[in-house]
Design a protein around this ligand. Structure first.
Ligand code: ACM
Ligand code: ZN
Length: 684
């Protein structure tokens, strides 16, 4: 027996992971198991091989679901023996001590999978499938003890911006569950369409589920009109109760819990177009429910009652993100509510709604889950926070003794570009390549053990504003979702980017054969070439005076940014691009410390119009020997044109000058305003 086993509590330096680089046959299982020993002989199956259901409680449907697409035989028996794949439920199983864990032993005589739960058996079967060689008709000899790092390993699909069929969702459950993901969060409601049949409110699906333009951007930038479902070319759709029942049955067999999200108090334009009396203004276009109106609570509780009847999940996600709250300040009902309840701010008014909804959910035996804005104005007593605006929300939640799920945009938003933007379909922005997703560590080091234990896990989110088709959604999901799966399952000591990359190269080919449309990681271009090296130039390391302040939201490396020799990557959130906003914009002076002969001054700006990032309309570069009297070296006028691209443009001067000080000013376009991002001022 060749041992290259792993136990989380043993020093990792003494051991080898299942897929670590080494000179022996590898056991390639994704996500990497907790402990994996390769044994001497493989199990070879033949026409007499049986699957032994050794415990009567084992759900045959689960086994069939787990063996989907597998070449293994499907003849079942209850009597254990040789030439068998034996499945055993054992609620007292000590190793691993995990409800979702399992052991998998493969020897020439038989395969044995033991687990405390159906989920454990399902995951054991998934691991077994991954070491099954269909050509040689054998299963690799192994001895595995495996358990997940986190109980929550999720993906969110936004089915509001673009509706997805039941079959599409099932297809994703197949792939995600085969990598041991166990939560599918469906973003079912948003301005662009309500996606769930609610008997009590038929207008939600007759009207609020349909819109006039298929392309979200056309619709959002246009009149944002919804329409009756029989309007010619009405675009949308919704899940009937039968659809949900079918989906849930399928998900349950795949050990996948579906968590429904019903947005409140905001992102609710579609509801408030169908039922305008529930907003403060009673006018179509409002995004926020009126929190002063009792009818709002009647509506939300009626809807949630039907949701609870449909979905068995412990958690109900109530959104809670990005409420504008402006109308609440002037609405007489909201003002009365604030007075009656002694609420001193609109944040507290939102918190009032969340508290009340939590009470309602708890009374029905369910738990409230919401985006991190539910912390504002005071967190409801039992709520769990999904931290998306960075990690702060999650940290705050666990410090207050609440559970948290980490899904920070920087690492977990799978709607951003996964490669050089020029090579990709238009995305909402960002740059989140596979290796950055994989690098994410959901539990901040700075916390206590008790606080760390409150993190339930991790989730990747696919928002679909810019993702109209099924193929495109799969392209954004895979392989990045599988990096999330490994973060959620595998202990950090067993993670290895090189090994993951090699495994994903192979898996990608397999997914394609199975009819998925993943991003082809072997063709990845990678980060902006300029960002790969440190640049030496005359101004590198020299002091920069900010005559106008930079934008504190995007400080990059602060006052050092523009001369630190570090060029930015494809996205402005990589902490190498410094931001400027407002009318003043960029106005900085570099001190070269002595008069020098210079021949060029140049700075690169980024433009991406979706998030309102624009090139400057005018750049002035001037020089001085004394820091007081500046001579203009160049004035550059640029016509800002709004487009769908991510672009980079140099604004610079070339010539001969002798200066000590260089002043660089960039003015914004008057029409668009927006943000300027610059990475470096390069002086040669
Ligand atoms: C979110 O991205 N608004 C949760
Ligand atoms: Zn109101």
């Amino acid at each position: 027996m060749k041992k290259y086993s792993f136990y989380g509590f043993i020093l990792s330096s003494l051991l080898f992971s299942c897929s670590a680089e080494q000179n022996m046959p590898q056991v390639n299982i994704t996500p990497v198991p907790l402990s994996c020993t390769q044994s001497d002989g493989n199990f070879e199956w033949n026409s007499k091989t049986r699957i032994c259901i050794a415990s009567p409680q084992i759900n045959r449907g689960m086994v069939e679901a787990a063996l989907q697409d597998s070449p293994l035989p499907r003849e079942f028996t209850q009597d254990a023996g040789n030439n068998m794949i034996v499945l055993q439920l054992d609620s007292t199983l000590q190793q691993p001590q995990s409800e979702e864990g399992y052991t998998l032993q493969v020897s020439p005589k038989r395969v044995t999978i033991k687990a405390r739960s159906q989920a454990g058996l399902f995951y054991g079967l998934q691991s077994m499938k991954q070491i099954t060689d269909p050509v040689a008709s054998h299963i690799q000899g192994v001895d595995i003890t495996d358990a997940p790092r986190f109980p929550y390993r999720g993906i969110m699909l936004d089915v509001s911006r673009h509706f997805r069929s039941v079959d599409f969702v099932k297809k994703q459950i197949d792939l995600l569950s085969s990598y041991k993901m166990n939560r599918l969060h469906l973003h079912l409601t948003d301005a662009a369409g309500w996606r769930l049949e609610i008997e009590k409110y038929p207008r939600l699906t007759e009207y609020a589920a349909w819109r006039k333009q298929a392309i979200w951007k056309d619709w959002w930038n246009g009149k944002r009109e919804l329409c009756e479902k029989d309007f010619p070319d009405a675009y949308g759709g919704f899940y009937t109760k039968e659809d949900i029942a079918e989906l849930l049955e399928y998900a349950a067999l795949h050990q996948m819990t579906i968590i429904p999200e019903i947005e409140m108090p905001s992102h609710s334009e579609e509801v408030l177009a169908a039922y305008p009396e529930l907003s403060c203004t009673h006018k179509v276009g409002a995004a926020d429910f009126c929190v002063g109106n009792e009818k709002t609570f009647e509506f939300l509780e009626n809807v949630l009652s039907e949701v609870i009847e449909m979905f068995p999940s412990e958690y109900i996600h109530i959104g809670g993100d990005e409420a504008g709250k402006a109308a609440w300040k002037t609405c007489s009902l909201c003002k009365k509510r604030m007075k009656d309840e002694n609420l001193t701010s609109v944040d507290e008014l939102q918190s009032y709604l969340i508290h009340r909804i939590e009470k309602f959910l708890n009374s029905k035996g369910r738990k409230l889950l919401g985006w991190d804005e539910i912390l504002e104005g005071g967190l409801a007593p039992n709520a769990t926070v999904m931290s998306w605006r960075g990690e702060e929300g999650g940290i705050k939640a666990v410090r207050a003794g609440h559970h948290a799920i980490m899904t920070p945009g920087e690492f977990c938003y799978l709607d951003g570009y996964q490669d050089a933007p020029y090579s990709q379909p238009e995305a909402i922005g960002g740059y989140l390549p596979l290796n950055k997703v994989y690098s994410y560590e959901p539990v901040p080091d700075s916390l206590s053990i008790e606080e760390k234990n409150l993190f339930l896990g991790v989730q990747g989110n696919v928002w679909t504003e810019y993702i109209p088709t099924d193929e495109h959604m799969e392209y954004m999901l895979y392989p990045r979702a599988i990096a999330i799966a490994e973060i959620g399952w595998t202990i950090p000591e067993n993670k290895s980017w090189n090994s993951f990359y090699e495994r994903i190269l192979k898996e990608t080919a397999q997914w394609k054969l199975q009819g998925y449309s993943p991003f082809e990681i072997s063709e990845e271009i990678g980060n902006r070439p300029e960002a790969l090296d440190t640049l030496a130039h005359l101004a590198a390391g020299k002091k920069v005076t900010f005559n106008k302040p930079y934008w504190k939201n995007y400080p990059a490396n602060g006052e050092l940014t523009l001369t630190d020799g570090l060029r930015g990557g494809w996205n402005y959130n990589d902490k190498r691009w410094i931001g400027f906003v407002g009318d003043d914009r960029m106005d900085v002076t570099i001190d070269l410390e002595e008069v020098k002969d210079i021949h060029s001054v140049s700075a690169t700006f980024m433009q991406i119009c979706g998030p309102w990032v624009f090139f400057p309309t005018k750049v002035i570069i001037s020089g001085s020997t004394n820091g007081k009297d500046f001579q203009t070296l160049t004035e550059i006028d640029h016509k800002v044109v709004k487009d769908d691209l991510v672009s980079f443009k140099d604004f610079g001067w070339k010539g001969d000058a002798s200066v000590r000080y260089i002043r660089y000013q960039a003015q914004p376009d008057k029409t668009y305003g927006g943000v300027q991002f610059v990475d470096e001022i390069v002086v040669e």
